[in-house]
Design a protein around this ligand. Structure first.
Ligand code: NDP
Length: 252
């Protein structure tokens, strides 16, 4: 006997789906049979992800969106429902990092990091949750980070945003489980993406890898598979959990 995750008939909205972890999340959702709404700002990257989703026989809707803007987020969720016929899964994945020592951190950069990493989760969750609550079904997966539980120098805005994502997840989860909406988060460790290079700021990858017990970076698919589990009914008793996927990085 084998266990299969089947998302046929489900519509998933994935933010930050143009590259990196979000692209892998979109692909893995399509592999499991979901139709996928792809959101990020760069249309050409969304088109590339859409090609992969369609090659699996699933529908893909590309919607260039800035997830920190309420009006754009509302259009995104409405389009999912009107054009793909539903909204069952939301993966709040879009995120940025703007490292700087605290004395040099610019106010506008602090605001931008908090807007894209945290406020976007409030906006997307609220807009998608209205549909999910009505249908009494929803799976919301928030991309946090190990940076939400441990801190390193020169990245206070990122660490603060990700710690807040973990607690926003718990607060939303406890409020919405009554609507049969499961809200959980993922805490990836060092994952092989463009964002990682910004995070490391010229520090060699080899040095970072030496500090990870598994001695390698995470592949995006290894994070996306956790999102798939959380989007499926296999995780039906998980409420407000933060699943760390970090190759042992944060084992004390
Ligand atoms: P990438 O930089 O590779 O991808 C980020 C995605 O988010 C892109 O598609 C980008 O597209 C999109 N995005 C950024 N800003 C916005 C915005 N305002 N509106 C809509 N989309 C936006 O990053 P990763 O794949 O590495 O990161 C994905 C998530 O995983 C982030 O939340 C990150 O914090 C988290 N994470 C990553 C880790 C890592 O080591 N890589 C570790 C822990 C957590 P565009 O710029 O075109 O909008």
């Amino acid at each position: 006997m084998s266990i299969e995750i089947n998302l046929e008939g489900k519509v998933a909205v994935v933010t930050g789906a143009g590259r990196g972890i979000g692209k892998s999340v979109a692909v893995v959702m399509a592999q499991a049979g979901a139709d996928v709404v792809l959101a990020a700002r760069t249309a050409s990257q969304l088109d590339e992800t859409a090609k992969e989703v369609r090659s699996m026989g699933q529908r893909a809707l590309c919607l260039p969106t800035d997830v920190s803007q309420k009006s754009e987020v509302e259009k995104l969720m409405t389009a999912a429902v009107e054009e793909l016929g539903g909204l069952h899964i939301l993966v709040n994945n879009a995120g940025i990092v703007v490292p700087a020592p605290l004395f040099e951190m610019k106010e506008e950069d602090w605001d931008r990091v908090l807007a894209i990493n945290l406020k976007s989760m409030f906006l997307c969750t609220q807009a998608a949750g209205r549909y999910m609550a009505k249908q009494k079904y929803g799976k919301i997966v928030n991309m946090a980070s190990t940076g939400g539980i441990v801190a390193r120098p020169n990245n206070a805005s990122y660490h603060a945003s990700k710690a807040a994502v973990i607690h926003f997840t718990k607060a939303t989860a406890i409020e919405w489980i009554r609507y049969n909406i499961n809200v959980n988060s993922i805490g990836p460790g060092t994952t092989d993406t463009e964002l990682l290079d910004e995070f490391l700021q010229n520090s060699p990858r080899e040095k970072t890898i030496k500090g990870i017990p598994i001695r390698r970076l995470a592949d995006c698919m290894e994070v996306a598979n956790i999102a798939l589990f959380l989007a499926s009914d296999l995780s039906s008793y998980l409420v407000g959990e933060n699943i760390i996927v970090d190759g042992g990085l944060t084992i004390p």
